[in-house]
Design a protein around this ligand. Structure first.
Ligand SMILES: NC(=O)c1ccc[n+]([C@@H]2O[C@H](COP(=O)([O-])OP(=O)(O)OC[C@H]3O[C@@H](n4cnc5c(N)ncnc54)[C@H](OP(=O)(O)O)[C@@H]3O)[C@@H](O)[C@H]2O)c1
Length: 276
Protein backbone atom coordinates (compact mmCIF):
# COMPACT_ATOMS: atom_id res chain seq x y z
CA UNK A 1 0.00 0.00 0.00
CA UNK A 2 1.69 3.28 -1.05
CA UNK A 3 1.91 6.15 1.40
CA UNK A 4 0.30 9.46 0.35
CA UNK A 5 3.76 10.74 -0.54
CA UNK A 6 4.58 7.64 -2.67
CA UNK A 7 1.22 7.92 -4.47
CA UNK A 8 1.48 11.66 -5.11
CA UNK A 9 5.01 11.33 -6.41
CA UNK A 10 3.63 9.21 -9.29
CA UNK A 11 1.47 12.16 -10.37
CA UNK A 12 2.60 14.72 -12.92
CA UNK A 13 -0.48 16.97 -12.77
CA UNK A 14 -2.83 17.52 -9.82
CA UNK A 15 -5.90 19.72 -10.32
CA UNK A 16 -7.83 21.06 -7.32
CA UNK A 17 -11.00 23.13 -7.57
CA UNK A 18 -11.66 25.61 -4.76
CA UNK A 19 -8.11 25.81 -3.43
CA UNK A 20 -8.53 29.43 -2.37
CA UNK A 21 -9.87 28.48 1.06
CA UNK A 22 -10.91 25.72 3.46
CA UNK A 23 -10.53 22.06 2.53
CA UNK A 24 -9.18 22.78 -0.98
CA UNK A 25 -6.48 25.07 0.41
CA UNK A 26 -5.48 22.42 2.96
CA UNK A 27 -5.32 19.77 0.22
CA UNK A 28 -3.00 22.03 -1.81
CA UNK A 29 -0.77 22.69 1.22
CA UNK A 30 -0.57 18.96 2.03
CA UNK A 31 0.30 18.06 -1.59
CA UNK A 32 3.01 20.72 -1.72
CA UNK A 33 4.74 19.29 1.34
CA UNK A 34 5.11 15.80 -0.15
CA UNK A 35 5.29 16.63 -3.85
CA UNK A 36 6.72 20.16 -4.23
CA UNK A 37 7.56 19.83 -7.94
CA UNK A 38 4.26 18.49 -9.21
CA UNK A 39 2.29 20.66 -11.65
CA UNK A 40 -0.42 21.82 -9.26
CA UNK A 41 -3.41 23.60 -10.85
CA UNK A 42 -6.04 25.46 -8.86
CA UNK A 43 -9.41 26.51 -10.24
CA UNK A 44 -11.39 29.09 -8.24
CA UNK A 45 -12.60 32.66 -8.58
CA UNK A 46 -9.98 34.08 -6.23
CA UNK A 47 -6.30 33.23 -6.16
CA UNK A 48 -5.11 30.99 -3.33
CA UNK A 49 -2.81 32.71 -0.85
CA UNK A 50 -0.64 29.59 -0.78
CA UNK A 51 2.08 29.50 -3.48
CA UNK A 52 1.32 26.76 -6.03
CA UNK A 53 5.01 26.13 -6.77
CA UNK A 54 7.24 26.88 -9.76
CA UNK A 55 5.17 24.52 -11.93
CA UNK A 56 1.82 25.65 -10.55
CA UNK A 57 -1.07 27.38 -12.31
CA UNK A 58 -4.00 29.34 -10.95
CA UNK A 59 -6.92 29.45 -13.38
CA UNK A 60 -9.38 32.10 -12.23
CA UNK A 61 -12.81 30.72 -13.11
CA UNK A 62 -16.40 30.68 -11.93
CA UNK A 63 -17.13 26.97 -12.31
CA UNK A 64 -20.89 27.54 -12.15
CA UNK A 65 -20.58 29.25 -15.55
CA UNK A 66 -20.62 26.48 -18.20
CA UNK A 67 -18.72 28.41 -20.88
CA UNK A 68 -16.05 29.61 -18.42
CA UNK A 69 -15.64 26.01 -17.25
CA UNK A 70 -15.22 24.82 -20.86
CA UNK A 71 -12.47 27.41 -21.45
CA UNK A 72 -10.71 26.43 -18.20
CA UNK A 73 -10.91 22.74 -19.15
CA UNK A 74 -9.23 23.52 -22.50
CA UNK A 75 -6.43 25.30 -20.63
CA UNK A 76 -6.03 22.24 -18.39
CA UNK A 77 -5.99 19.89 -21.39
CA UNK A 78 -3.08 21.88 -22.86
CA UNK A 79 -1.23 21.80 -19.52
CA UNK A 80 -1.67 18.01 -19.26
CA UNK A 81 -0.56 17.53 -22.90
CA UNK A 82 2.87 19.06 -22.26
CA UNK A 83 3.36 17.67 -18.73
CA UNK A 84 5.86 14.84 -18.20
CA UNK A 85 4.43 11.31 -18.12
CA UNK A 86 2.64 10.50 -14.88
CA UNK A 87 -0.78 10.19 -13.31
CA UNK A 88 -3.35 12.99 -13.39
CA UNK A 89 -5.42 13.60 -10.26
CA UNK A 90 -8.55 15.76 -10.33
CA UNK A 91 -10.00 16.92 -6.99
CA UNK A 92 -13.51 18.37 -7.42
CA UNK A 93 -13.82 20.32 -4.17
CA UNK A 94 -15.49 23.68 -5.00
CA UNK A 95 -18.94 23.91 -3.50
CA UNK A 96 -21.23 25.82 -1.15
CA UNK A 97 -24.44 25.46 0.81
CA UNK A 98 -27.38 27.76 1.51
CA UNK A 99 -29.25 27.44 4.77
CA UNK A 100 -32.94 28.22 5.13
CA UNK A 101 -36.51 27.17 4.55
CA UNK A 102 -37.82 26.63 1.07
CA UNK A 103 -39.25 28.65 -0.66
CA UNK A 104 -37.79 31.65 1.24
CA UNK A 105 -34.33 31.00 -0.20
CA UNK A 106 -32.98 32.89 -3.20
CA UNK A 107 -33.78 30.64 -6.18
CA UNK A 108 -30.82 32.08 -8.13
CA UNK A 109 -28.39 30.99 -5.40
CA UNK A 110 -30.03 27.53 -5.21
CA UNK A 111 -29.75 26.95 -8.95
CA UNK A 112 -26.19 28.29 -9.02
CA UNK A 113 -25.36 25.82 -6.23
CA UNK A 114 -26.64 22.94 -8.37
CA UNK A 115 -24.52 24.25 -11.26
CA UNK A 116 -21.39 24.34 -9.07
CA UNK A 117 -21.87 21.32 -6.78
CA UNK A 118 -23.28 18.98 -9.45
CA UNK A 119 -23.02 20.13 -13.07
CA UNK A 120 -19.45 21.41 -12.81
CA UNK A 121 -18.27 18.13 -11.23
CA UNK A 122 -19.76 16.05 -14.06
CA UNK A 123 -18.68 18.51 -16.77
CA UNK A 124 -15.04 18.99 -15.68
CA UNK A 125 -14.57 15.27 -14.97
CA UNK A 126 -16.00 14.26 -18.36
CA UNK A 127 -13.85 16.77 -20.24
CA UNK A 128 -10.62 15.59 -18.56
CA UNK A 129 -11.39 11.86 -18.41
CA UNK A 130 -9.87 10.94 -21.82
CA UNK A 131 -6.47 12.28 -20.67
CA UNK A 132 -6.80 10.62 -17.28
CA UNK A 133 -7.51 7.30 -19.02
CA UNK A 134 -4.39 7.75 -21.19
CA UNK A 135 -2.12 8.51 -18.23
CA UNK A 136 -3.83 6.84 -15.29
CA UNK A 137 -4.95 8.71 -12.21
CA UNK A 138 -7.88 9.48 -9.97
CA UNK A 139 -10.97 11.64 -9.55
CA UNK A 140 -11.58 12.75 -5.97
CA UNK A 141 -14.99 14.29 -5.31
CA UNK A 142 -15.76 16.08 -2.06
CA UNK A 143 -19.27 15.01 -1.02
CA UNK A 144 -20.47 15.31 2.59
CA UNK A 145 -22.15 13.41 5.42
CA UNK A 146 -25.23 15.35 4.22
CA UNK A 147 -25.29 12.82 1.37
CA UNK A 148 -26.65 10.03 3.59
CA UNK A 149 -30.08 11.45 4.45
CA UNK A 150 -32.38 14.29 3.40
CA UNK A 151 -31.28 17.57 5.04
CA UNK A 152 -34.16 19.92 5.88
CA UNK A 153 -33.15 23.63 5.76
CA UNK A 154 -30.21 22.56 3.60
CA UNK A 155 -32.50 20.67 1.21
CA UNK A 156 -30.82 21.55 -2.08
CA UNK A 157 -27.29 21.30 -0.68
CA UNK A 158 -27.87 17.84 0.83
CA UNK A 159 -29.38 16.62 -2.44
CA UNK A 160 -26.38 17.90 -4.42
CA UNK A 161 -24.05 15.95 -2.11
CA UNK A 162 -26.20 12.78 -2.39
CA UNK A 163 -25.73 13.15 -6.15
CA UNK A 164 -21.96 13.55 -5.79
CA UNK A 165 -21.65 10.48 -3.55
CA UNK A 166 -23.81 8.22 -5.75
CA UNK A 167 -22.33 9.49 -9.00
CA UNK A 168 -18.77 8.95 -7.75
CA UNK A 169 -19.40 5.39 -6.57
CA UNK A 170 -21.09 4.50 -9.87
CA UNK A 171 -18.30 6.19 -11.85
CA UNK A 172 -15.74 4.12 -9.95
CA UNK A 173 -17.52 0.96 -11.12
CA UNK A 174 -17.73 2.26 -14.70
CA UNK A 175 -13.95 2.79 -14.56
CA UNK A 176 -13.17 -0.68 -13.17
CA UNK A 177 -10.48 -2.32 -15.31
CA UNK A 178 -8.98 1.04 -16.32
CA UNK A 179 -6.09 2.90 -14.72
CA UNK A 180 -8.41 5.56 -13.29
CA UNK A 181 -10.51 5.35 -10.17
CA UNK A 182 -12.96 7.59 -8.39
CA UNK A 183 -13.07 8.40 -4.69
CA UNK A 184 -15.85 10.15 -2.72
CA UNK A 185 -14.88 11.98 0.47
CA UNK A 186 -17.65 12.63 3.00
CA UNK A 187 -16.56 15.17 5.61
CA UNK A 188 -18.80 16.21 8.48
CA UNK A 189 -18.77 19.75 9.93
CA UNK A 190 -15.39 21.28 9.08
CA UNK A 191 -13.94 24.67 10.06
CA UNK A 192 -13.80 26.75 6.84
CA UNK A 193 -15.64 29.61 5.12
CA UNK A 194 -18.45 27.17 4.29
CA UNK A 195 -20.78 28.26 7.11
CA UNK A 196 -20.36 31.94 6.35
CA UNK A 197 -21.29 31.43 2.70
CA UNK A 198 -24.21 29.18 3.77
CA UNK A 199 -25.62 32.10 5.78
CA UNK A 200 -24.58 31.37 9.36
CA UNK A 201 -23.33 34.08 11.70
CA UNK A 202 -20.89 31.57 13.19
CA UNK A 203 -20.18 27.90 12.50
CA UNK A 204 -22.87 25.79 14.23
CA UNK A 205 -20.12 23.57 15.63
CA UNK A 206 -18.92 26.42 17.84
CA UNK A 207 -21.62 25.58 20.35
CA UNK A 208 -23.89 22.84 21.66
CA UNK A 209 -23.68 19.20 20.59
CA UNK A 210 -21.81 20.10 17.42
CA UNK A 211 -18.88 21.52 19.38
CA UNK A 212 -17.33 18.07 19.58
CA UNK A 213 -18.06 17.12 15.97
CA UNK A 214 -16.00 19.59 14.02
CA UNK A 215 -12.76 18.90 12.26
CA UNK A 216 -10.11 21.16 10.78
CA UNK A 217 -9.70 21.45 7.03
CA UNK A 218 -6.14 20.11 7.48
CA UNK A 219 -7.51 16.94 9.08
CA UNK A 220 -9.95 16.44 6.18
CA UNK A 221 -7.07 16.92 3.71
CA UNK A 222 -5.04 14.29 5.57
CA UNK A 223 -7.94 11.78 5.40
CA UNK A 224 -8.37 12.58 1.70
CA UNK A 225 -4.75 11.95 0.69
CA UNK A 226 -4.53 8.83 2.81
CA UNK A 227 -7.72 7.38 1.19
CA UNK A 228 -6.37 8.27 -2.26
CA UNK A 229 -3.11 6.42 -1.61
CA UNK A 230 -4.97 3.39 -0.18
CA UNK A 231 -7.12 3.07 -3.31
CA UNK A 232 -10.40 3.58 -1.42
CA UNK A 233 -13.60 4.48 -3.32
CA UNK A 234 -15.34 6.20 -0.43
CA UNK A 235 -14.60 7.49 3.06
CA UNK A 236 -16.39 9.31 5.86
CA UNK A 237 -13.90 11.41 7.82
CA UNK A 238 -13.57 10.40 11.49
CA UNK A 239 -15.47 7.92 13.68
CA UNK A 240 -18.06 10.43 14.95
CA UNK A 241 -19.07 11.30 11.40
CA UNK A 242 -19.09 7.57 10.56
CA UNK A 243 -21.66 6.99 13.35
CA UNK A 244 -23.87 9.81 12.05
CA UNK A 245 -23.61 8.51 8.49
CA UNK A 246 -24.44 4.99 9.69
CA UNK A 247 -27.62 6.07 11.51
CA UNK A 248 -28.55 8.44 8.69
CA UNK A 249 -28.47 5.62 6.17
CA UNK A 250 -29.84 2.73 8.29
CA UNK A 251 -32.91 4.27 9.98
CA UNK A 252 -36.20 4.74 8.07
CA UNK A 253 -35.73 7.71 5.75
CA UNK A 254 -38.86 9.53 6.99
CA UNK A 255 -37.69 9.24 10.62
CA UNK A 256 -34.16 10.52 9.96
CA UNK A 257 -35.58 13.40 7.91
CA UNK A 258 -37.87 14.37 10.81
CA UNK A 259 -35.04 14.16 13.38
CA UNK A 260 -32.74 16.10 11.04
CA UNK A 261 -35.45 18.75 10.67
CA UNK A 262 -35.74 19.17 14.45
CA UNK A 263 -31.96 19.49 14.92
CA UNK A 264 -31.42 21.82 11.95
CA UNK A 265 -34.42 23.99 12.84
CA UNK A 266 -32.85 24.58 16.27
CA UNK A 267 -29.54 25.56 14.64
CA UNK A 268 -31.40 27.82 12.27
CA UNK A 269 -33.26 29.63 15.03
CA UNK A 270 -30.13 30.12 17.09
CA UNK A 271 -27.54 30.90 14.51
CA UNK A 272 -28.89 31.65 11.09
CA UNK A 273 -28.57 35.26 9.99
CA UNK A 274 -32.05 35.25 8.51
CA UNK A 275 -33.57 34.71 11.94
CA UNK A 276 -31.32 36.81 14.11
N1 LIG B 1 -17.06 22.84 5.78
C1 LIG B 1 -17.86 21.81 5.96
O1 LIG B 1 -18.42 21.63 7.04
C2 LIG B 1 -18.06 20.81 4.85
C3 LIG B 1 -18.60 19.56 5.18
C4 LIG B 1 -18.80 18.63 4.17
C5 LIG B 1 -18.45 18.93 2.87
N2 LIG B 1 -17.94 20.15 2.57
C6 LIG B 1 -17.61 20.43 1.16
O2 LIG B 1 -16.23 20.72 1.07
C7 LIG B 1 -16.01 21.51 -0.10
C8 LIG B 1 -15.10 22.68 0.25
O3 LIG B 1 -15.79 23.52 1.15
P1 LIG B 1 -15.06 24.27 2.36
O4 LIG B 1 -15.66 23.77 3.61
O5 LIG B 1 -13.60 24.24 2.20
O6 LIG B 1 -15.66 25.75 2.14
P2 LIG B 1 -14.96 27.12 1.71
O7 LIG B 1 -13.86 27.46 2.64
O8 LIG B 1 -16.09 28.08 1.57
O9 LIG B 1 -14.31 26.81 0.28
C9 LIG B 1 -15.11 26.74 -0.88
C10 LIG B 1 -14.21 26.80 -2.10
O10 LIG B 1 -15.06 26.69 -3.26
C11 LIG B 1 -14.68 27.71 -4.17
N3 LIG B 1 -15.83 28.16 -4.96
C12 LIG B 1 -17.01 28.66 -4.49
N4 LIG B 1 -17.76 29.07 -5.52
C13 LIG B 1 -17.05 28.81 -6.65
C14 LIG B 1 -17.30 29.01 -8.03
N5 LIG B 1 -18.45 29.55 -8.46
N6 LIG B 1 -16.34 28.65 -8.93
C15 LIG B 1 -15.18 28.09 -8.50
N7 LIG B 1 -14.90 27.86 -7.21
C16 LIG B 1 -15.82 28.23 -6.30
C17 LIG B 1 -14.20 28.85 -3.31
O11 LIG B 1 -13.29 29.66 -4.07
P3 LIG B 1 -13.65 31.13 -4.64
O12 LIG B 1 -14.63 31.75 -3.68
O13 LIG B 1 -12.31 31.81 -4.70
O14 LIG B 1 -14.23 30.90 -5.99
C18 LIG B 1 -13.46 28.12 -2.19
O15 LIG B 1 -12.12 27.91 -2.55
C19 LIG B 1 -17.39 21.92 -0.62
O16 LIG B 1 -17.74 21.10 -1.71
C20 LIG B 1 -18.29 21.65 0.57
O17 LIG B 1 -19.61 21.35 0.17
C21 LIG B 1 -17.72 21.10 3.53
Amino acid sequence: MPTPSEYLNQASVIIVTGGSSGIGCSIIKAIKIVSPDVCLCNLSRSKPEVFLGENGHHIGVDLSDASALAAAAEQLQRIIEVAPLGKVVLVNNSGYGDYGRMPDLDIGKQLNMIDLNVRAVVDLTTRLLPQLLERGGAIVNIASTSAFQPTPFLATYGATKAFVLNWTLALNEDLRGTSVRALAICPGPTRSNFYKSAGFESPPMNSGANATLDMTADEVAEYTLSALAKGRSFIVTGWKNKCIAFFGSKFPIVTVTRIGGIILRKLRLEQHKGNS
